[in-house]
Write a protein that binds this ligand. Structure first.
Ligand code: ZN
Length: 147
């Protein structure tokens, strides 16, 4: 259902209309963990491929772009991707969300997924800065010198 832009409630409704049992939810955390691990491995491999394509040089060319779940700068979710220009593969992502289901909006729960506050159009800028900070921290860790 996620592939067509529909959520869990739509899946439950669809199964109800089709006289099917409700979709299983008990495997969601396992699927999320497996998808996360696969994503991280795939992006790490994409970085190595981009470096190899650049003849060992770590100064690779990338394209950074942001996208939102909905049009019109009213989306609660957005993603920023970093893609290698040489290989066309995604090498980093930053997911931003304004979505919050906490009962008290001033005191957020520990498992709250909200990691962005502000205008949706600003998500791309924030995502770019976050990715840049990750990259700088990684380079500093590798070289041992501050950037
Ligand atoms: Zn919250």
């Amino acid at each position: 259902m996620r592939c067509i832009g529909k959520g869990a409630e739509s899946a439950v409704m669809f199964c109800g209309i089709m006289n099917l049992p409700p979709p299983p939810t008990k495997f969601n955390n396992n699927l999320l963990q497996a998808a996360r691990e696969t994503c991280e491995e795939s992006m790490a491999e994409a970085v190595h491929e981009a470096v190899e394509e650049n003849e060992g040089g770590r100064d690779i060319a990338v394209a950074v772009d942001g996208s939102w779940q909905k049009r019109g700068f009213s989306s609660k979710n957005g993603v920023v991707t970093v893609t290698s220009v040489d290989t066309g593969k995604v090498i980093d992502v930053e997911i931003l969300s304004k979505h919050c289901i906490c009962p008290n909006k001033t005191k957020h729960l520990q498992n709250c997924k909200r990691n962005f506050v502000g205008y949706s159009g600003k998500m791309e800028v924030t995502g770019r800065l976050t990715i840049l900070n990750h990259c700088c921290a990684a380079v500093e860790a590798l070289s041992g010198e501050p950037i």
